[in-house]
Every structure is written in structure tokens, then in C-alpha cells.
Write a protein that binds this ligand. Sequence first.
Ligand code: FAD
Length: 514
Amino acid sequence: MSLNTASDRALVRNVVIVGGGTSGWMCAAAIARMAPPGLTVTLVESEEIGTIGVGEATIPTLIEFNRFLGLNENDVLRYCGGTFKLGIEFVDWLGAGERYFHPFGLFGRDTPEFAFHQLWLRLKAMSENGAAPADTAGRIHDYNLCSVAAARGRFSPPSMESDTILSTMRHAYHFDANLYGQLLRGYAEQKNVRRVEGKVVDVARDPELGLIRSVSLSDGRAIAGDLFIDCSGFRSLLIGDALGSDFIDWSHYLPCDRALAFPTARIGSAVPFTRATADRAGWRWQIPLQQRSGNGYVYASDFIDEQEALRQLLDSAEGTPLADPRPLRFRTGHRRVFWEKNCIAIGLAGGFIEPLESTSIHLAQVGIQRLINLWPGRGVNAAEVAHYNRAMRMDYERIRDFIVLHYHAAQRSDSEFWRYVGNMEIPDTLASRLDMFRANGRIIPDPEDLFTEHSWLAVMLGQGIKPRNYDALVSRIPERALIYNMRQLKDAVEKTAMSLPTHQDYIDRHCAVR
Ligand code: FAD
């Protein structure tokens, strides 16, 4: 790459975004929000091609993005028919009828010496060896407000007072991602982003430097720019087709490659969580929105055909179908480089990790945040590009490991699919995390990891992985003090949960669709 030539260092004045799905409009809104004087932003999208049209569950980081744009969360949810999400309920992953919850919030309170769950592990050991009454420890989820509130159908945003139980709450949203894209489109157009309707059919590059100079539309127009953002979805028109960044395929770790998605009429009040139910060759989602429920089956086509997947999905669906199931195809993995020359891929154009933990919109968001932090206003810098690519790759790898954990640790062997994922080779990084947890229950926090030690804990324990020991330091806490303090905490979490409004009441009062 010859990035440091004089012409590469030319000021970026014209940004062209190709694609107007959720990623394209997130990108347009964020760039418009911070645009230096004189920057023009043009977004090209094709109504004929349309957007992928799924992506209803988010994670808490989106709150920061909305704040950055100055959007009020209740206004966003009212516009997008959204509900609140406190985590994901996993059903049948350990066998029929078994369930656990991956909450967003924190488990108890860590101390400077050890993580909270070490206290619980010791209490559990005491309950098992008779040193404490049998039910004293309970489930670790009893010490997590999101988990208890979700089970009771309650919701409130976190308190800002740091020493309260309510400050440990974390939330995200379920919403109609198309409407979210439209909301951001209005925001971006108000800030002078120019939208061009058209189908990109060709990409013109500088013969010497290889930089993208313009994209051509089917009607013959050409749109020139200094910086191009590829938000063209799975088509990956710029970074993949034009610049040739190849695809790192993770199907051997995450073999699901198809989905069927359809909406149903909602039954009863909206629950504040996503449900992910393991099925014969993948898993099914249920996502409550204000005016409907989203349903889908993510499955591996090597292990089940579409007809059978459709039958399983329809048999299990609750509520009247509002449309026919729509088939989708995907591959888990990412482009080798996300940023090449004067082109950055954001969203599906850069990669995709199957939606088990709803991380895709988040990955678009971090791509945008990083791009803004490294904004190439004075031209593209090779070291910054290398940093961007390394950081994005690591984000993808860390999330991949977390998703692989769910499949690999699931205790099912009742189909070829589950036998495959239970026995497949896993990334070394995940294997070493599992070894450490199995030995002394340790989860080493990684400040760069999207999923904190609380998330890893929820899923590892939830999937039935039992540490052989707890941290020896915890032994110096007197038994009676441990029992007393843990009981107090469990009661306080329950009381706090029950003091919150129901999720439906909260929506009705603050953000109901009018
Ligand atoms: P797209 O929505 O595909 O947008 C691509 C844009 O490019 C469109 O505007 C299209 O018209 C345009 N385009 C393409 N080619 C051309 C061309 N030649 N000329 C002009 N324009 C063009 N994410 C989550 O965060 N949470 C979830 O719960 C979730 N669930 C998912 C479930 C499934 C089964 C799948 C497959 C994905 C899911 N995702 C989820 C991912 C989510 O859908 C995407 O991350 C999100 O919608 C952003 O997509 P995008 O904007 O990158 O691509």
C-alpha cells in the first residue's frame, strides 16, 4: 500500500457512503454530527435492492451512540416501536426444559481483592458440604438485578447513585431496525447529508494509487469522493468486490448459515428480554416489540434442510403470523481488512457474527466510533489504518469466542448438529479461558472485551460449567459473615426488583407508540 504519498494526504472533503441500511444511516448520522466545516456527506442507496430488514435486538452500548447523537431514548423507542431488553433467556441449551439468563447488569459487587462470584462459589461449596443450609447460596442470578427484574417482568433504567442496587442495572432495546435507520436518516438529512437514490454498478479507482475515486450508478451518474464508506451489506461492493479484501470464514466454529424470520401478533405484555431457544440444528429467537413479536430460526444448512427448519419454526411459534417467513443466508466471519486505502467497511460489508448475542449493530457502532477517533481529515495514515484493522479484528475474535462458548458448552447430544459443536475444535483463546474458569473460577477481565467478566460468568455457569475450586483468598472471610452478607444482598436485590414498575407500565408511561 502506498498510503503516504502527497496525494493521499489530501484533505478529506467529500465522503461517500454506499448503502442505506442501519449501518449506512448510523454512519451518516454520526459523521454529520461531528462534521468539520466544509465536509460534504453523500449516501447512495437502492430502494430496489432494499435492506436486510432484520436486527431487532441490541446491546447496552447503543445507549452511548444515541447519547452521542443527542437522541432521547424514550423518543427513539416510541418511533421504533421498541421495548427494553435486560438480557437473553436461553432455553433448552442444557437439555429440554432447562433455562438460564444472560443479564446485562452486574452480579453483586466486586471487591479490590476478588470478584463477587468467588464469594458465591464458596457459599455454594458450603451449602453442598453442609457448612451452610442447603438453599443458602441459591443461584448466582439471584444476585443480579437485571436477572431478577426480568424474571418478574419489571423494568427501570439504572440509578445514577453509585451505591444503590439500581445502579447495577444495564439495559438495551428491542426495536424495528428499519425504523431506527429511518429515524437516523431524518437526523442526517437535517444535518445536510445528501441522499442519492441509485444502484452502484461500477467503482472507478486511481490507476496509480488504487484509491477509489468514484462510484457509477446504473443511470450513468458518477459520484466522486475522497473517502468511501462501504455499508453495502453482505454484497461488500467496495471493500470486497472492488478492493479484494478476502473473507475470513469462521463457519467451522459457527456453522449456522441460514435464517428464517417472520413477525407474529404479540400475546400478552412485552417481556423485557430476548428468548433464544436451542433447536435441532441451531436456535430460535423471540423478540418482543410494542406492536408485534419478531421470530426466527438460525440454523446450519449442513444439518437440516429449509423445509424441516420451516416446520420447526412454525410449530413452535406463538401468536398469529403477520407475514410469511423470509429466508436469509449468511456466513460468519469478516473481511481480512476493514479499512483499505480510502475505503472503510462498516456493518455487514465488513463482517458478520451470527446474531445469538445481538452484536452486529454494535460492531457497526464500534467501527464508526473508531473511524471518528481516527478521522483521516488530513489524509489517510498507514499506521492508523493498521491500528484500525487490528482493533476491529480483535473485537470480532473476542465476540466469536463468546458465541462459540454457547454452542460448545451446550450439553446436548441429541442431534448431529449438537454433537458436532460439542466436539469441534475451539479457538485457543477460548480454550484457555475455559481452563482457567474450570480450575479456580477465574475470569480475567479484559478491558477491551465487549463482554465483561459478568457476561462470561453468566454464560459459563448458565451452561453448566462448574469450577473445581474457588479463589483461596475468599476462605479468610468468616463463614457467618459470608452467609449473613450474601443473604442481605439477595433480599435487597429481590426487594429492589419488586419496587420497579412492570415493563409494560414503564413503556405505557414513557414511550408507547401513539
Ligand atoms: P443492509 O441492511 O443489507 O444494507 C445494505 C444497503 O446497501 C442497503 O441500503 C442496500 O440498498 C444498499 N446496497 C447494496 N448494494 C447496492 C448497490 N449496488 N447500489 C446501491 N446500494 C446498494 N444485528 C443486531 O444487532 N441484532 C440482531 O438481533 C440481529 N439479528 C439478525 C438476524 C439475522 C438472521 C441476520 C442475518 C442479521 C441480524 N443482525 C442483527 C444484523 C443486522 O441485520 C445488520 O447488522 C444491520 O441491519 C445492518 O445491516 P447493514 O446496514 O450493514 O446492511
